[in-house]
Design a protein around this ligand. Structure first.
Ligand code: C2O
Ligand code: CU
Ligand code: CU
Length: 496
């Protein structure tokens, strides 16, 4: 069947219309003075989440292309009904009816075609978070896909991009609403020569879902920004691969590679595993130069990813908890919580694996030839609090910064507010070169590829960045209610 026909055959118009009416009224009827966190806490008490179920492996999106080195897949965004909490049916919005959506597995250099059908009641897009795809394939708010419409996203997977990414909608002012209803999924790029390719691997997609006492998603109340989601660590339950505190069975002594994705709208996750140390081997854009061993925790800001290697203790039939240790930074810290139970089996222990000393070179981008300043500010903390970049609220018809293809720049990300903001730039991976706290500069100890960096309250983070493709790119705070409230700007990348 031709792909267009397939897309047309998959319509759920009536459910869509109903959904959007409900989403919109929740948005209007929300209490703007109240934080998303508080709403979540008040309303989630009625729902009972099953815990301890075997950890779900995510569906993998099928490659329907007969052509070698090409990947073609179909993603339909539509509302559907799911059983998440006892005695209730929850309306989610999903890609291909799954929460999280299907895992897309790509290889460096592959040609990719994703046929997207929007069966939601509002404009949507698919944004390939962290991947350097052409500006017009990036799913930015400048290219909305109307309700009922289809479009194909086509791009080539850049060489050197092997790493852990994710995809999500990026429609104007409704990203919180859409991601909050379940539209988010992982994307992994593999290389031909992965130095850790022999390790057993797990993808842990962490999302938060806020349900009211009827089991319905409440994120609409905070979708328009304001105080929503920025205090008390946001609203809702922390889920791993769509499950509340699932169970992952391991071989005692086994060494595993875990790809952890913070796909929450607004949560800082300080990841730790009881009784264990781990090595960080990769960040947003893939592997580090060398493993960072012996760590007990790792702060994962909203939208960031981390790859860790854990050697599980050798004791049989023992349980350990992977948790969010809580974060006290800025005003948007969270109390933490349990994420995943690890249980060792009743089998002989494996010997731990020794990691290679080097992983993949993280090259310096070279000398910077320009310096730009990005000041984060906010006016008023009341119900109409504003979230600004260089003094302005987002306007997609305005250009805020300019650069040119190939130009290496230093950007000073200056946070003048009392809360942390995770700043994300589309179209590239960058490196943090230093931090300044009250005038004191600290260089960064090791280079790593990031597309999102946490800029703590009152601090300045300096990054080195370069865009290799022309066009207009978004850069913004990835606390989604802040993004929707205007903490986003446009970078115009001129052709060489
Ligand atoms: Cu993950 Cu502009 O987005
Ligand atoms: Cu992005
Ligand atoms: Cu922010």
């Amino acid at each position: 069947m031709h792909r267009r026909q397939f897309l047309q055959a998959t319509t759920v118009a009536s459910l869509t219309a109903l959904t959007y009416a409900r989403g919109a009224s929740a948005q209007m009827g929300g209490m703007p003075g109240m934080s998303g966190g508080m709403m979540g806490r008040l309303f989630t008490s009625g729902s009972t989440w099953p815990t301890g179920l075997p950890l779900r492996r995510l569906d993998v999106l099928a490659n329907t292309s007969p052509i070698p080195d090409e990947f073609e897949g179909t993603l339909i965004a539509a509302p559907y009904l799911a059983s998440l909490v006892s005695g209730r049916t929850t309306e989610l919005w999903g890609y291909n009816g799954a929460f999280p959506g299907p895992l897309i597995e790509l290889r460096e250099g592959q040609q990719v075609i994703i046929d997207f059908g929007n069966r939601l009641g509002l404009d949507s897009t698919i944004h390939w978070h962290g991947l350097a795809v052409p500006a017009d394939q990036d799913g930015s708010p400048m290219d909305p896909v109307a309700p009922g419409a289809d479009r194909a996203y086509t791009f080539e997977v850049p060489m050197g991009s092997a790493g852990t990414y994710w995809y999500h909608p990026h429609a104007h002012q409704t990203t919180t609403l859409q991601v909050g209803h379940g539209l988010a999924a992982p994307l992994i790029v593999r290389s031909a020569d992965d130095p850790l390719g022999a390790l057993p691997e797990l993808t842990l997609m962490i999302t938060s879902l806020s349900l009211d006492s009827n089991g319905q998603v409440t994120t609409g109340a905070t979708a328009m920004g304001g105080m929503g989601g920025m205090m008390m660590g946001g609203a809702g339950e922390l889920l791993v691969n769509g499950q509340k505190l699932p169970l992952h069975s391991v071989t005692p002594g086994g060494t595993e590679r875990w790809r952890i994705i913070n796909a929450t709208a607004d949560r800082y996750l300080r990841i730790g595993l009881d009784g264990h140390r781990f090595a960080v081997v990769g960040t947003d854009g893939g592997l580090l130069g060398q493993p960072l061993p012996g760590l007990t925790e790792w702060l994962l800001a909203p939208a960031q990813r981390v790859e860790i290697v854990v050697s599980i203790a050798a004791q049989q039939s023992t349980r350990y908890t992977l948790r969010d240790l809580g974060y006290a930074g800025g005003m948007n810290g969270g109390a933490g919580g349990e994420l995943l139970t690890i249980e060792t089996g009743r089998v002989p222990a494996q010997a731990p694996v020794t990691l290679p000393a080097t992983l993949r070179p993280v090259a310096d981008l070279g000398p910077a030839i320009a310096r730009q300043r990005v000041v984060l500010s906010g006016a008023g903390m009341g119900m109409m609090g504003s979230f600004l970049i260089n003094g302005k609220s987002f306007d997609m018809n305005r250009v805020d910064l300019e650069t040119a293809v190939g130009r290496v720049e230093l950007w000073d990300l200056v946070n003048t507010t009392f809360m942390d903001h995770p700043i994300h730039i589309h179209g590239t991976q960058f490196q943090v070169v230093g931090r300044t706290v009250r005038g004191l500069a600290t260089p960064i100890a090791y280079p790593a590829w990031l597309d999102t960096v946490n800029v703590p309250a009152g601090e300045t983070v300096t990054i080195k960045t370069r865009q290799m493709l022309p066009g207009k790119r978004m850069f913004h705070c990835h606390i989604l209610p802040h993004e929707d409230a205007g903490m986003m700007a446009v970078l115009d990348v001129q052709p060489e």
